[in-house]
Write a protein that binds this ligand. Structure first.
Ligand code: GCW
Length: 683
């Protein structure tokens, strides 16, 4: 198997003698106390990681034997007092939290947690410390995840395709069946548990014909097999469902959420599912969105729709994750009064408080759709009485499709750090999605996954950093992008400082580089329709999707102000509302998202809009050349397969960047007639 398959779980042999000698003793005897599928996974991980790093098999004890140096188990199962530890002092950690501590004159490491899952996470943490060559001597870590649901959404279809997938085919399905390659799913579960993911929906939110039947006995036995595998790694299984299931599966006349027969149908259906999967997570629902069925067909609203399912799931502790990606996707481009950016807020804000307790609204990070640059969705902060969670996209649909390098952690961090002012200063998005600001019962973060059955999971090996970074960031949003990047590189490519520094810089610069050659000043959608890769300035300009830049000979941008525009800016709390609404205070990077301005408008940077467009596009393409040079400098320092994989993608990125540069510059030159101050080539 290639190194790239193991991603950040390389567990490379420790060759540094000093370090080896210091730590090898810990690996000789290990104990994982207790017996459960999750604890078995913890033991497997520990044995595998230690063997790989120290080159010797550990002796395994099933009790806290005195010969064992690493002792893992729950607080109930290991004799904490014997090691001078006090259970009461650990009470503050949450169900998934844990303690890692060196005891007995640093001869032993205690790996203790409230739950089995916590033990598994603690083991991964310990292995990570070893991979990062951290000192274990005085280790004393008390850690709890900051978010409750830490989820991935697979957009996998049962024909094996992956919607917005850039890494091969699905690892879950082939030929309209659930895969028989359960090993690969187990390996995915290993990767996910190592970064703390605890929930996954395993089919596309667009639920087509065959997929509708995933909740029938045609497929439930096989779904249960997947759930068994995932459960052993602390991951709950969810399914995306078709709102019209009662009609499509059993021929009911209606799927009206208030119809008694429909209610009974869902109750029975849910009961059946739980017979197969006793800890089934619940449903993810895309309803009345992009032509998917939903409550609107019956003149009902989204709360009616979500509550129907919530009532059925409630007795089993199941959740409804209801998506807020609801907008008019048959817009007339001539209609200037409709603004897609307003849609999620306009649909869901009036329903605040109407959803049952086990419903969570899933809100995309921005008001449009995972563009390179968008403001934060104003729905965050607006829902005070409704469980909610963030939806990010790890898959690089609009950010280079895993050909172009785009490390997304800095983008996600900006979103999580955004202050909504919902309850005055300090009402950050991260404190909304962790449930603390409004005391939500359920909350968290989910994201569209970026993996497929490519050997290296993510197409571009460097895109592994986005999956890793996503898990680490939502575990603890206070980690910095730098820390996360560095952890990933060292766990993936080893310790060579020159490699670490070089790749780190490349990752950290990459979002801004991508933004430079694609999307200036908050303009989105200048992409090829359907597949969304490469430039097409007017590709979405006269379409039904509500995605316009309104460039004419004088200017560009969408007027979303309160006075003269769509009023979108008014959906924010003050002072964000005023900041965005006023041309003078609107940040440059979102200027054209909120305002329509002349090409000659002077930015805060001192440049005109048109000169900014030219400069960033020339610069972006140059920066890609620099990335390539940097990467070439790593030849021989990392294995050839991964080196070549990334090199090939950089060539594609360069071609893409030049195309973007020339099309965007030429388009706006022709529109505006204004020459580049530096007389560079524009066609
Ligand atoms: O913008 C769209 C994507 C679709 C996706 C949709 C969604 C799964 O292009 O591919 O459908 O977002 O989030 O539902």
């Amino acid at each position: 198997r290639q190194a790239s398959y193991d991603c950040w779980l390389q567990y490379e042999k420790i060759r540094d003698h000093e370090y080896y000698n210091q730590y090898v003793a810990y690996s000789r005897g290990i104990a994982v106390v207790g017996d459960s599928p999750i604890l078995k996974s913890a033991l497997d991980e520990l044995e595998r990681g230690l063997f790989s790093m120290f080159g010797q098999k550990s002796t395994v004890y099933n009790e806290a034997a005195k010969e064992a140096s690493i002792i893992a188990g729950t607080f109930e199962s290991i004799p904490l007092e014997d090691y001078g530890l006090n259970k009461a002092s650990l009470i503050n950690m949450n169900e998934e939290g844990y303690l890692l501590k060196a005891v007995k004159d640093e001869e032993k490491i205690i790996v203790a947690a409230k739950s089995d899952k916590g033990v598994l996470y603690a083991v991964h943490h310990l292995l990570r410390l070893l991979q990062l060559r951290e000192s274990l001597k005085q280790v004393n870590i008390v850690e709890s995840p900051k978010n409750q649901l830490r989820m991935l959404n697979q957009w996998d279809n049962m024909d094996g395709s992956v919607e917005r997938g850039y890494s091969g085919q699905s690892i879950f399905y082939e030929n309209h069946k659930i895969t028989t390659n359960l090993e690969r799913i187990k390996d995915y579960a290993r990767l996910l548990s190592s970064i703390g993911i605890n929930a996954i929906s395993i089919n596309n939110v667009n639920v087509w014909k065959v997929e509708t039947k995933l909740i029938t006995n045609d497929f439930l036995p096989d779904v249960a097999k997947i759930a068994d595998i995932l459960r052993a790694y602390g991951i709950k299984t969810f399914l995306s469902i078709n709102f019209a299931s009662p009609i499509e599966i059993d021929g009911l006349q209606t799927a009206d959420p208030l119809d008694p027969d429909v209610k009974t149908w869902w109750k029975n259906k849910v009961e059946e599912i739980y017979r197969y999967i006793p800890d089934f997570g619940g449903f993810v629902v895309k309803a009345d969105s992009e032509h998917r069925p939903g409550p609107f067909s019956y003149d009902r609203n989204h709360a009616d729709g979500a509550n129907l399912l919530a009532e059925a799931l409630e007795p089993f502790g199941g959740l409804v994750i209801w998506r807020c990606f609801v907008y008019n996707c048959l817009q007339d481009w001539r209609d200037r009064s409709t603004d897609r950016a307003r849609a999620a807020y306009d649909h869901f804000k009036p329903l605040d408080g109407d959803f049952l307790d086990n419903v969570i609204l899933q809100i995309k990070n921005g008001p449009m759709d995972f563009q390179v640059r968008e403001p934060v969705s104003p729905l965050f902060g607006a829902l005070e009485k409704t469980n909610q969670m963030m939806e990010f996209q790890v898959a690089q649909e609009y950010t280079g499709q895993q050909k172009d390098l785009c490390f997304l952690v800095p983008l996600w961090k900006e979103v999580l750090e955004f202050d909504t002012y919902a309850k005055g200063e300090g009402s950050k998005v991260k404190n909304i999605v962790n449930g603390s600001l409004f005391n939500d019962k359920f909350s968290g973060i989910c994201a569209v996954s970026n993996i497929g059955n490519d050997e290296n999971w993510t197409g571009n090996t460097l895109a592994q950093a986005n999956l890793y970074g996503y898990g680490r960031l939502i575990w603890n949003p206070d980690l910095t992008s730098e820390e996360i990047a560095e952890e990933w590189i060292r766990s993936t490519f080893g310790q060579d400082p020159s490699v670490v520094e070089q790749i780190k810089q490349m990752l950290l610069d990459s979002w801004s580089i991508y933004e430079n050659y694609t999307a200036p000043l908050g303009v989105g959608w200048m992409v090829n329709p359907h597949h969304h890769y490469g430039p097409n300035i007017d590709g979405y300009e006269y379409s039904v999707w509500g995605t316009y830049h309104f460039a004419d000979r004088d200017g560009i941008g969408v007027d979303r102000t309160i006075e003269t525009g769509t009023g979108y800016a008014g959906q924010y709390y003050s002072p964000n509302k005023e900041m965005y609404n006023n041309l003078e205070t609107c940040p440059d990077e979102l200027l054209l998202f909120f305002h329509h301005v002349p090409y000659t408008y002077k930015l805060k940077s001192g440049k005109t809009v048109i000169q900014h467009i030219y400069d960033t596009h020339f610069k972006g393409a140059e920066q890609v050349e620099e990335l390539i040079e940097k990467w070439n400098g790593l030849r021989g320092k990392i294995d050839e397969i991964r080196f070549v994989n990334v090199s090939e993608r950089f060539q594609l990125q360069l071609k893409n960047a030049k195309e973007w540069r020339d099309q965007v510059n030429t388009y706006f030159y022709r529109k505006s007639g204004i020459a580049d101050e530096n007389n560079r080539t524009i066609y």
